[in-house]
Write a protein that binds this ligand. Structure first.
Ligand SMILES: Nc1nc2c(c(=O)[nH]1)N[C@H]1C(S)=C(S)[C@@H](COP(=O)(O)OP(=O)(O)OC[C@H]3O[C@@H](n4cnc5c(=O)[nH]c(N)nc54)[C@H](O)[C@@H]3O)O[C@H]1N2
Ligand SMILES: Nc1nc2c(c(=O)[nH]1)N[C@H]1C(S)=C(S)[C@@H](COP(=O)(O)OP(=O)(O)OC[C@H]3O[C@@H](n4cnc5c(=O)[nH]c(N)nc54)[C@H](O)[C@@H]3O)O[C@H]1N2
Ligand code: SF4
Ligand SMILES: [Mo]
Length: 722
């Protein structure tokens, strides 16, 4: 007997619905796009199609490893208790949270309580190697770091996209299954797509116009556009704003001619891009990783939304809009602030409750009070993904204790004293708490576990157990969280359950696990929920709709999300205006001769999917893209040696006209030569983060800089002069 299950794909931000066929033994016999999913409508990519292969990878860990040997769960948790017990000072325990935490229920529901039980401020995550600049910019402009507007892809008339390549990545901070199809539809309905990227990507090839830009200079281009809007009297903000005059003053320093020299984008193009944006019936500016992991990442993210506001496109259909996710419960918040504490060694500010991953190695290696001696990694591979990962590799080797929650033995987890593997995807429930907050349509879908756990703990169960060990308390964490939230909700005016009895509400919750009951509670209290007075959403309703529920197009809702003390949009927040000095200081700077940027491939996913045969090989290889003119000028053929301030790699060249002169591109997440993963080891490649530099950061957010790293490139066999 075969069975059919419908599930959300957990592998990227596009949240596609999948339909899987399982054999009697639970083996996945086919994976197709779920054509009845109202959001993804049958779309699937090669990664989703390989979900069965990935989930059944023979190299995945099935039992915990303690000291490299297979162990029982109780032995493993005992080893964690003993290991953490050896580190007396709570400040000496650090946590690193990797990207898949944004894709698992465990990440959404159990990481925060675990961090709280640990009582440490040494919290690091992939966010500071990724989108932290966006959170900081939005926190300062709109008062809440999660108030991130997304382009209204399906209705906009004009999309200006910078540093994103959704034809490979399937989109980020913009959840849109079949992003490629949505871009094609935009053009079919007469809309215009402009892509700004140092490479002519597949997304750029689909666009009406592609603009080459020198890496790391997007903030200059965007300021040149803001300058033009003011100079040509094209500013038409649709909302009350603070700081218009300061913004105009700041923009005066970035006339199109000056910006052109720095960015490589001709002055008339800068001016035209601004005019087109202002003239479009509706328009949205959208920028992603190429502009975030850059020297002026936060300024660039700020200016993106400044342009959306100045052209009247924020919070209106066809513009940049705020999604309304089904589990949103907007509690009152203190005013947004960064730098509530600072890192011990480099004195870098805390942001959103964490410290920059670019300083994790400093905190481990530098002796003194509060030196990090123990580390918990959850769903992360910072040895390959963090800036100057080779240094972390050495630092991890010197820790007193390390535990990793991860399905693989890899470049990072090989340093762990204990590895705790989560169950398979098909054994786990799935709800996209994080990603649905960035979706271009309001939508919800829950996938219950398709296979039993067979005696192993769920990932949430693993994290809850770690929290118990850290806190010394052995109560039911889910019950505690439910009571806490119900207490708050019943005390909150207008919550829909104000004044009701928490115990009575608790008894009404559905769900076979604590995680499901917590989801049910959030759905019921949320904006479409049956306890909100505005709808009838609940876990039961989602279970009755296994293909997902469309909750409608995005609606204007700035008034609900705005949390600034002034009550209006802040166009010129002080920390950003201050950082403009740094931007001005480098306006006339000569660019380095060669700089490194990254890229993504459709069949890759950061560092962890190189062990699935259908996903590696062919065009998905770790090569250095270089313009043929540069290759010829430097006398390069075959392989080359790339050197940076931090390290060097020898890598195969891929000469291509699609990359601008002066720029080379290496994908990240490779470098598996010592890997225990057998397929990955045969497709080892080199790590881009051997070359990146942990001292290069975006100042306001502390975010790592991966794009625009100065490098030199020489033929192999030539001894370098220094
Ligand atoms: N040079 C350069 N570096 C970069 C980037 C770049 O563009 N250039 N991009 C950056 C970005 S955007 C990101 S998000 C980071 C990613 O940085 P990380 O999150 O540190 O790295 P990943 O490679 O995504 O590692 C994911 C880990 O989670 C494990 N895993 C997979 N599924 C699960 C699960 O369900 N549960 C658990 N517990 N573990 C799981 C995998 O085995 C793997 O070890 O890398 C950053 N690094
Ligand atoms: N297939 C696949 N999908 C993924 C991932 C993956 O590894 N593989 N990773 C996931 C993750 S963690 C994330 S965060 C998202 C990222 O999603 P995207 O932001 O779409 O990521 P990329 O595809 O790397 O596209 C970034 C683009 O920025 C360009 N770029 C580099 N430097 C600059 C610059 O200075 N200025 C400008 N304007 N452009 C620049 C690069 O050439 C590249 O084309 O993708 C997610 N989806
Ligand atoms: S686009 Fe993303 S969510 Fe959709 S099938 Fe591919 S990996 Fe899965
Ligand atoms: Mo990311």
């Amino acid at each position: 007997m075969t069975s059919t299950v419908h599930r959300t794909c957990p592998l990227c931000e596009a949240v596609c619905g999948l339909t899987l066929t399982l054999g009697e033994d639970g083996h996945v016999t086919s994976v197709r796009g779920d054509k009845d999913d109202p959001f993804s409508k049958g779309f699937i990519c090669p990664k989703g199609a390989s979900l069965g292969r990935l989930d059944e990878d023979p190299d995945r860990l099935r039992t915990p490893l303690v000291g490299g040997r297979e162990a029982s769960w109780e032995e493993a948790f005992d080893a964690v208790r003993a290991g953490l017990g050896r580190v007396a000072d709570r400040r000496s325990v650090a946590v690193y949270l990797g990207n898949p935490n944004a894709h698992t229920m465990a990440g959404a529901l159990y990481v925060a309580p675990l961090v709280k039980s640990l009582g440490t401020r040494n919290v690091f995550s992939a966010a500071t190697a990724d989108q932290m600049p966006k959170h900081v910019a939005c926190g300062l402009m709109f008062g809440h770091p999660m108030a991130v507007p997304v382009p209204d892809l399906d209705r906009t008339d004009h999309l200006l996209m910078l540093g994103a390549n959704p034809l490979e990545s399937n989109g980020s901070l913009c959840t849109a299954p079949d992003f490629p199809g949505r871009l094609k539809a935009l053009r079919r309905r007469g809309g215009r797509l402009v892509v700004v990227d140092p490479r002519r990507t597949r997304t750029a090839a689909l666009a009406d116009e592609h603009v080459f830009i020198r890496p790391g200079t997007d903030a200059y281009l965007l300021f040149g556009m803001v300058h033009t809007l003011f100079a040509e009297d094209l500013v038409t903000p649709s909302h009350d704003v603070n700081g218009l005059a300061e913004l105009r003053e700041a923009a005066k320093h970035f006339p199109p001619e000056a910006v052109a020299r720095r960015t490589g984008v001709a002055a008339e193009v800068v001016v035209r891009l601004a005019r087109e944006l202002a003239a479009a019936r509706t328009a949205a500016v959208y920028a992603r990783i190429g502009t975030c992991t850059a020297e002026f990442g936060t300024l660039a993210q700020w200016l993106v939304d400044v342009l959306n506001v100045l052209t009247g496109n924020l919070d209106r259909p066809g513009g940049a809009m705020f999604p309304e996710p089904a589990t949103e419960f907007l509690a009152r918040r203190r005013p947004y602030a960064i730098g509530r504490w600072r890192s011990r060694v480099r004195d870098l500010p805390e942001v959103n409750g964490e410290l920059p991953v670019a300083t994790l190695a400093d905190e481990i290696e530098t002796p003194g009070d509060g030196q990090v001696r123990a580390l918990i990694t959850i769903a992360g591979n910072p040895v390959l993904s963090a800036p100057h990962g080779d240094r972390l590799d050495r630092a991890f080797a010197g820790l007193d204790f390390m535990v990793s929650v991860d399905p693989y033995l890899n470049e990072t987890t090989r340093h762990a004293d204990v590895i705790l593997p989560p169950p398979r995807v098909l054994q786990s429930g799935h709800y996209d708490f994080a990603l649905l907050g960035f979706a271009v349509r309001n939508y919800a879908r829950y996938s219950p576990p398709a296979l039993p756990l067979d005696g192993r703990p769920s990932e949430g169960g693993i994290l809850a157990r770690l929290a118990q060990i850290a806190s010394g308390l052995d109560g039911d964490l889910d019950a505690y969280v439910i009571d806490d939230l119900l207490g708050k909700a019943t005390r909150t005016p207008g919550s829909g359950v104000e004044g009701r009895d928490p115990a009575e509400l608790r008894d009404l919750l559905d769900g076979t696990t604590g995680a499901e009951r917590r989801l049910d509670l959030m759905l019921r209290l949320g904006p479409y929920g049956e306890w909100s007075g505005k709808g009838d959403l609940s876990l039961r309703k989602l279970l009755d709709h296994p293909h997902g529920l469309d909750l409608g197009p995005l609606e204007p809702r700035l008034d609900e999300v705005l949390r600034t003390p002034s009550g209006v949009i802040e166009l010129a927040p002080e920390p950003l205006v201050e950082d403009v000095q740094r931007l001005r200081a480098k306006l006339a700077e000569e660019p380095p001769e060669m700089v490194l940027i990254g890229r993504r491939h459709l069949r890759s996913n950061n560092s962890w999917m190189h062990n699935v045969p259908p996903l590696v090989g062919g065009s998905n290889t770790c090569t250095l893209q270089i313009n043929p003119a540069d290759a010829a000028r430097l006398g390069l053929t075959g392989e080359a040696v790339v050197r940076s301030a931090k390290g060097q790699v020898t890598v195969a060249l891929e000469p291509t006209e699609t990359i601008m002169p002066g720029v080379v591109s290496l994908p990240h997440g490779w470098g598996h030569s010592d890997s225990a993963q057998r397929v990955a080891a045969r497709h080892a490649g080199v790590s881009a983060n051997t070359l990146t530099d942990e001292t290069m950061i975006d100042v306001p957010s502390g975010n790592a800089v991966f794009n625009g790293v100065p490098v030199t490139i020489s033929p192999t066999g030539v001894i370098s002069a220094h």
